[in-house]
Design a protein around this ligand. Structure first.
Ligand code: GTP
Ligand code: MG
Length: 170
């Protein structure tokens, strides 16, 4: 894969990482998606217009994976994040409908510790009643101590323009 800037997509299993990559790239079948958690099991790199490489990470926190395998994934993800010199931005993807999991916080702390640029994205916003959205999003920002969270829907494309703006800035 060429030495292009890497945009990494990380988050819990089934949160919508692969769907987000497809939505942003406008290519429906670029990254494999599935309603079954644990679909993405390897680190997949996608060349986007010879300008960026989008990196689809396996999701963390999928309980039905044997402990040994979970540790293997953790080593794989941490090893990748600390060794690829081309990483410019890591999207930490969370579900807009749920409270953050301890693993999301661990991931955020890990990325901060390694001084990586982080963009938090709250996906599946289409699944949430608009009257509840603001409160939920503020709560996520508050629990991580961040601002500028982007609400996203891979179904409607909400947040796409905003996220592309951020990617193009890095
Ligand atoms: P793993 O690879 O297993 O870690 O999952 P993932 O994070 O890549 O999730 P994936 O993109 O495969 O999506 C999981 C499920 O959520 C699929 O059924 C998607 O159709 C659905 N989904 C993803 N994004 C959205 C969204 O923005 N809105 C709605 N309504 N559904 C979504
Ligand atoms: Mg996936």
């Amino acid at each position: 894969m060429p030495n292009l800037p890497r945009i990494v997509f990380s988050g819990r299993s089934n949160v919508g990482k692969s769907s987000l990559i497809n939505s942003l790239s406008g290519r429906k079948k670029l990254a494999l998606t599935s309603s079954t958690p644990g679909r993405t099991r390897a680190i997949n790199l996608f060349n986007i217009n010879n300008q960026w490489v989008f990196v689809d990470l396996p999701g963390y926190g999928y309980a039905r994976v044997p402990q040994k395998m979970r540790l293997g994934w953790q080593t794989l993800i941490e090893g990748y994040l600390t060794s690829d010199q081309e990483i410019r931005l890591v999207m930490l993807i969370v579900d807009s409908r749920h409270d953050l999991s301890p693993l999301d916080k661990t991931m955020y702390d890990f990325l901060s510790y390694h001084e990586m640029k982080i963009q938090v994205v709250a996906t599946k916003i289409d699944r949430m009643r608009s009257t509840h959205q603001g409160r939920s999003l503020r709560k996520i920002e508050h629990s991580l101590g961040v601002e500028g969270l982007v609400a996203y829907s891979s179904q409607t494309g909400k947040g796409k323009k905003e996220l592309w703006g951020i990617i193009k800035e890095v």
